[in-house]
Design a protein around this ligand. Sequence first.
Ligand code: C2O
Length: 538
Amino acid sequence: AVIVEHTFVVSQIKLRRLCNDTLVTVVNGQLPGPAIEVTEGDSLVVHVINKSPSGLTIHWHGVKQQLNCWADGAGMITQCPIQPNKNFTYRFNVKGQEGTLWWHAHVGCLRATIHGALLIRPRSGPNSYPFPRPNKEIPIVIGEWLGMDPIELETRIQRSILSDEPLSATINGKLGDANNCSGVIEDNYILNVEQGKTYLLRIVNAALHSEYYVKIAGHTFTVVAADANYVKPYNTDTIAIAPGETVDALLVADASPGRYYIVANSKSMKVKTRGIVHYNPSKRYDDTPVMAPDMPGKNDAVASFYFHGNLTSLPHPLAHPVPANVDEQLFMAIDTTHMCREGGSVCGLVSRMNNISFQLPSRTPLLKAHYYHNVSSSVSTLQEFPSSIPPGLVYDEGQTSKATSVRRLRYNTTVEIVFRCPPVMYSYSNPMHLHGHDFFVLAQGHGKYDAQKDVQTYNLVDPPVRNTILVPVVGWTAIRFVASNPGVWFLHCHYEKHASSGMAMAFMVENGPTLDSTLPPPPSDYPSCDDQNSGLAF
Ligand code: C2O
């Protein structure tokens, strides 16, 4: 194993899109930011130099950070933001993990433009992939173009200005020709292929707001991994990917030479983007049209439900067995509504987990408080919910309490969570993401969770292992994980609006009995909270 070192300089740059020059905050002048490529077991050292006007953190989405919670990079959960003109170095390893993960800012909406792929290759080389060796590997990062700096979006959200939809989706930062504006050609993302070759697409949904369907005209995919865990090869012409999720898929260039659109369509909004799969780069196909795929219709939840439900895990040396016994079962009702105050003049979103709308601490990160046994009284225990949703789940500002809700877990507790999206007026599917642990996805269903009946449908043999899972709209998903990593781990919806309006909580996992189950002290350059500017705490 080696040490892989990177420097991330975060600054604002001007990008011209849709006929407008827009100032956006990015890493190393790129959108998306640099893809980090490592080998399983490597150590990473990333120096973050903040030359932007906002405090920020970088989160390594899906990296387990065993006994290394200090490097998780969740703003005000594990650390204070790195203030403008300050630096911080993240040090962590990628032991026992292979596949596609990613990194992103974890303060407010900054991840809209501060993100990139993190590719972890097998230690014994590409011949040890549990699928045919690809000729080439290609990161496909799906994002959204907001038409403004995420710093500005954040301010608007904090002032409860309901922000509108993004202006376009993007593939690797490109808006594509569906979004032409007069006088400016928005260039397409081009994926050059050679006939007969196999490509491993490492797809990341880095978007703030939407689940996406991805298709390529005239081609099918073989899905081989999700969230850096191998799955049994699954053939499909449609990939469904929610914010926070990653999907690795093989693409064989087996169509007749030509040009084919690769399309990413939002499931719930109007936005989309398309790139071009181009056979034999030296050839031009000017006289033949680019083939376009048939996309699932807007709000088609069925394709996504089946995509997620059809994945099963592949036996692999890095895989762990499904824990058979559960120590704690938690039921989590997650919901969102629009709420207006002051006679309807100030409106915004309120999201909740078991009736509590999560609030980040303002002065001391939870991890620091936990480590020094100094948890403030404003931190409260996640409300216990029974297996059926209590009646009268109605929004009313008086009833929705805001709190920093946490749940303490003893080391090595096996936790089962049943997430439920109840039938409220504004129902969404919700991609729930847990930091510091992967979990087994045992089952999902539509409608109400039935404790007696639905347990029978649990897959305890080969459930997919993930760090983010889409909970279906007016439905439920059951997951299981072992709390084997001491520290404080955020659990939240990966839709930015839902997370920042309160669909979140944190697990405080206690130390185990031995030194190798005890969280070490913080690194010496751990950012202090004293110089925090008040503007962007979250
Ligand atoms: Cu990808 Cu808490 O985030």
